[in-house]
Design a protein around this ligand. Structure first.
Ligand code: FAD
Ligand code: DHB
Length: 389
């Protein structure tokens, strides 16, 4: 097989890139190691920044999102029973869109199918050759056979565990990492959301988040230690723990139900530099991870894809490699700012087992500063709705 851009990974980054390239007349093939059903069964992100929303519309996959997504103009932070509403619309002129990653991915599959795009499932990439030469060869297995795809470039959109990042020689790569000593236990249920807006709750027993996917579908998270096992968390235990951590009046009216899904995700901050080596370009979780607090992961994948598709457009349609040459620096500049915000929000709201009394007072002071200062809330809101591209 031969194409212009070989895309490894059929998550949101890979699918969105292939759709945007297609709209600019550039050919690509997406190789995804999992089945379509498996990719769609992963419950992940739920909040889209305005920039992501605009990009999905530009990619002609925004129609269902605009019909079914919910625009939120505010967000809440709570500290035991103290509640702080941050009116992000008033502070920034923008809101965020509540629309699940699963739905975004489904819309992208529908669009790729409609345009006759090639997305190979159960196609696992096993090797990448020639990124320092004049063309790349991607080795993969599909339907039990070893196959190859040759291309001008390869886009590594294969998430944190994929092979693309590791194809950059260690001598040319620097990794920055912070692992947190806890994870998020998530629960999805067919119940009405606890409150009209998302609530990020800090509590002595640990962080909790009340989120949603629709008026009838709720998503909740509680901070748990890394040693916790899913089997030790029957739904009743989860609901009890959530109720203790969120404001009492919200807990009182919380509607609980059978979980549709429960899972534990570890929290990590990670950046690999540079995001380009020769003919290989990394985008999304393959290059960086943020802890989920603040909902930046999927949105960062989208901003990478924005820069990358424009760079390919300039290369193929305007004959200049300037965009490709600037890609890593341009993308990383935004990545680090979102890393900072996600790290800061995680640090403010979670219970750190090793933390002493001084750090706890610092967390409290952060909250009180947000309560008293419109400037602090504005800075929060500017980051929450998404920094400009
Ligand atoms: P992925 O979605 O990981 O896709 C990579 C794809 O590559 C996968 O489908 C994988 O199967 C495939 N792949 C891997 N190896 C190979 C191989 N060898 N060959 C072929 N294919 C391969 N982000 C937000 O913005 N907002 C949120 O609210 C939010 N909440 C989250 C909650 C949880 C519990 C988790 C886990 C994440 C959350 N995120 C959130 C992060 C967000 O889900 C990710 O940032 C996003 O999925 C990144 O997209 P991606 O396409 O880069 O990577
Ligand atoms: C969700 C996840 C997040 O990390 C976040 O900050 C907000 C919402 C969610 O899954 O709904």
């Amino acid at each position: 097989m031969k194409t212009q851009v070989a895309i490894i990974g059929g998550g949101p980054a890979g699918l969105l890139l292939s759709q945007l390239l297609d709209l600019h007349g550039i050919e690509s093939v997406v190789l995804e190691r999992r089945s379509r059903d498996y990719v769609l069964s992963r419950i992940r992100a739920g909040v889209l920044e305005q920039g992501t929303v605009d990009l999905l519309r530009a990619a002609e996959v925004g129609a269902r999102m605009d019909r079914q997504g919910e625009i939120h103009d505010g967000v809440e932070i709570s500290w035991h029973d103290e509640r702080l509403n941050i009116d992000i619309k008033d502070l920034t002129g923008r809101g965020v869109m509540v629309y699940g990653q699963t739905e975004v991915t489904q819309d992208l599959y529908t669009a790729r199918d409609a345009r006759g795009g090639t997305v190979l499932h159960e196609a696992e990439v096993t090797g990448i050759e020639g990124i320092e030469g004049d063309g790349v060869t991607v080795h993969f297995t599909h339907e039990g056979e070893a196959k190859t795809l040759t291309a001008d470039f390869v886009a590594g959109c294969d998430g944190f565990h994929g092979p693309s990042r590791k194809a950059i020689p260690e001598s040319h790569r620097q990794e920055f990492e912070r692992a947190y000593p806890f994870g998020w236990l998530g629960l999805l249920s067919e119940t009405p959301p606890a409150a009209p807006e998302l609530i990020y709750a800090a509590h002595d027993r640990g962080f909790a988040l009340c989120s949603m996917r629709s008026p009838t579908l709720s998503r909740y998270y509680v901070q748990v230690s890394l040693s916790e096992k899913l089997e030790d968390w029957p739904a009743e235990r989860f609901w009890d723990e959530l109720r203790t951590r969120i404001p009492a009046d919200v807990a009182e009216t919380l509607v609980t139900g059978e979980p549709l899904e429960m899972s534990i995700a570890p929290l990590r901050s990670f950046v690999s530099e540079p995001m380009r080596h020769g003919r290989l370009f990394l985008a999304g979780d393959s290059a960086h991870i943020v802890p989920p607090t603040g909902a930046k992961g999927l949105n960062l994948a989208a901003s990478d894809v924005y820069y990358l598709h424009r760079a390919f457009d300039r290369f193929y349609n305007h004959g200049t490699s300037e965009g490709l040459d600037a890609y890593s620096e341009t993308a990383l500049s935004r990545v680090w700012k979102c890393e900072r915000f996600s790290w800061w929000m995680t640090s403010m709201l979670h219970d750190f087992p090793e933390t002493g009394a001084f750090e706890r007072r610092m967390q409290r002071a952060e909250f009180e500063y947000l309560q008293m200062s419109e400037t602090a809330r504005k800075s929060f809101a500017e980051n929450y709705v998404g920094l400009p591209y």
